[in-house]
Structures are given as structure tokens and as C-alpha cells.
Design a protein around this ligand. Structure first.
Ligand code: CUA
Length: 174
């Protein structure tokens, strides 16, 4: 081999490596972007609650926590309310929630056993009930009617019958 061809090979390898590095770098950047976008989508658009309004050390004893045990709609402002909801196999507590039309309701949701999905049909409310974590979502019920609360996370044999309801009473009703 002459000196000339050796330096040609060296130059070729050098430029090839540089191109490879560029592509590897671009692939890593795209991977990082994809990961961030996926997380952003899951948390902000799909509504999955990763970390919520608090935590519960012992999910088994969640019903010992007064707010969750009582399951009462608590007035927090002129038109705003809060309610604590527990998902457990295979029902929601409270099972029926009554609110006045126009109410802004903040739901604090957890589970006492396995993962459940707290979804209120006809609304944008959709969060995961996670044992040990409390998810929080606020929604204003502008229309009267009955909204079904379904479980959208498979939780066992009676998953499909885990249905609650939110009854929104018309504003002018006494
Ligand atoms: Cu609870 Cu499915």
C-alpha cells in the first residue's frame, strides 16, 4: 500500500465517522423528543394522573380517612364544591353524587385496592384511581342530566358493572 491510499482511507474513515456521529446524534435527539412528547400527551391531553393532590400511606385504610369515608359533597365557594371518591372492587364510593347545574366540582380520587379508571361520560373527566395516590380534577357541570361514572381500567371480573352516577339538577328546580 502506498502512502497516498493510506491517507485516502484515513480521510474516508474520518468523514464516515463524522456522518455516523451526526446520525446517531439526530436519532438520540428524536428519541428524546418523542419521549418528552409522549409523556406530555399522556399527562396533559389523555388526562392520566401520575402525581396528584396527595398521597395515602396505606391504601387499605383509605376509608379511615374522614373525607373519603364520608364521601360528602362539600361546598368550597359560591358555586364550587369538592368531593372525595374512592374506587374499589367493584364500585365507586359515593355511588351517586348530586350537584346543582352550574356547579364547579373538584374530585379527589383514589383507590383502596387496584387501579381503576374514573371516567365521567359526556365530560372531559378521566383520571386513573391509583392506590396510595390522590388524583384531582375540576369540572363545571353546565348541563343538567345524569352522567354515568364508569371504570375504564380493567380491575377484575365485575369491572363492567362498576358504574356510579352524577345527577346534575336543573338550576331553577327547588
Ligand atoms: Cu374498576 Cu374496572
Amino acid at each position: 500500500m502506498s502512502e497516498e491510499s493510506t491517507s485516502f482511507e484515513q480521510a474516508f474513515h474520518h468523514s464516515a465517522e463524522r456522518h455516523e456521529r451526526v446520525w446517531i446524534f439526530m436519532a438520540l435527539v428524536m428519541l428524546a423528543l418523542l419521549t418528552v412528547c409522549a409523556m406530555f400527551y399522556v399527562v396533559y391531553d389523555y388526562g392520566v394522573v401520575v402525581k396528584g393532590a396527595g398521597s395515602i400511606r396505606d391504601p387499605d385504610s383509605v376509608m379511615d380517612t374522614p373525607a373519603f369515608r364520608d364521601g360528602q359533597l362539600v361546598q368550597t365557594g359560591p358555586d364550587s364544591y369538592a368531593v372525595h371518591v374512592v374506587g374499589h372492587i367493584w364500585q365507586w364510593t359515593p355511588g351517586v353524587i348530586h350537584v346543582k347545574q352550574g356547579s364547579e366540582v373538584t374530585f379527589y380520587v383514589t383507590s383502596s385496592d387496584v387501579l381503576h379508571g374514573f371516567e365521567v361520560q359526556g365530560t372531559t373527566i378521566n383520571l386513573t384511581a391509583v392506590p396510595g395516590a390522590v388524583g384531582k380534577v375540576t369540572y363545571t357541570f353546565s348541563h343538567a342530566g345524569t352522567y354515568h361514572v364508569i371504570c375504564n381500567e380493567y380491575c377484575g371480573i365485575e369491572h363492567h358493572s362498576m358504574i356510579g352516577s352524577i345527577v346534575v339538577d336543573p338550576k331553577d328546580a327547588s
